[in-house]
Design a binder for this molecule. Sequence first.
Ligand code: CP
Length: 379
Amino acid sequence: MGARRKFVREPRGPVKTDLSRRKEAGEPIVGLAPEGHYPGPMTPGSTPAHFIRLEDQSDRELEDILDLSARLKRGVTRMDLAGRTVGLLFFRGSLRTRASLEAAIHQLGGNTLHLTAASDFWTLEAREGTVMDGKAPEHIRDAAAVLSRYVTALAIRPALTGAPWEVERRDESIRAWAAHAEVPVINMESALWHPLQGLADLLTLRETLGDLAGKRVAITWTTSPTPASPSVVHSFLMTALRSGAHVRVAHPPGFELDSGVLEQARDSAAKRGVEFETGLELGEAVPGAHVVYARSWQSLETYDQPTLAANKLAAARGWTIDEPLMARGENARLMHPMPVRRNLEVTDEVLDGPRSLLYTQAENRLHTQKGLLSLLLRG
Ligand code: CP
């Protein structure tokens, strides 16, 4: 019989985050809402604090979440969600986000209400003031208000609309949920951001490299017939820069990241005195890197034009991470949010070898979401 895992039960006393301190002091809560896009400033007791993007967390809030996540990973147990229900609404498929969030909620003593669009409910309208004579029989405003009467929080993975990127990047659906819900809304990946993945990635980086100041991170585009939105890369990029790492981004021509995010990234890098380069070739980004973050993302230039997008993808073959490339890093480790296409995005040799951090990243989804939920939702 293997050694028993030792569990430590934490006292139930309140964990003091910036948020809880501000609530106690009766101060407006602005830290969780981006500038003008989501409800804010918020007054305690009126508008809930949402988790839409990591940039809305103060450094202190982020530290509190990560510290608690690390303790939970070491075996501390907490029952902050005992007797409470979290609604999980998926408008797109998921493996890790659904499984890790459900497990996290159950392990904190809570339970889940799981709803999948198309099978469990109908199309919802997000536009304000529109005449609802289309296919959506219900408005997000009403769905959000009703579900808020049943649950402690709503976690949403909105659909991607396929509209031009200038429209998609507004994240209108998650914003509508945040505007109308009477409970905290958690973004389970919108077009622009994947903050839950970002939290897990940050914990993984810290566990692997320790202090990230001055470490070198390469973000590389990879070949895939089904590239994702750049949400994961946006969240990772901003988190790495904020942590003081130097970041290089490699991608084929026409696969630039969102221009607004790039502007924020340049500002962040300048503020912290770290290097940030983008538009590099694969072979330019990886040399000297401590971590290589691989991900395929769509061309935003042809986001709503499938034929042009297919042509662009066809012209961008050969972006595969293999051992000779990884060997050019500084004892480089590989990160990827998954799902990963084996031997197309990354070779088996790298995925199954000692460089891979993929399963640790996936595991850390569980621990960091428990840390987040404990702090965001405790009474
Ligand atoms: N990384 C991630 O979010 O995985 P899923 O899409 O499977 O949830």
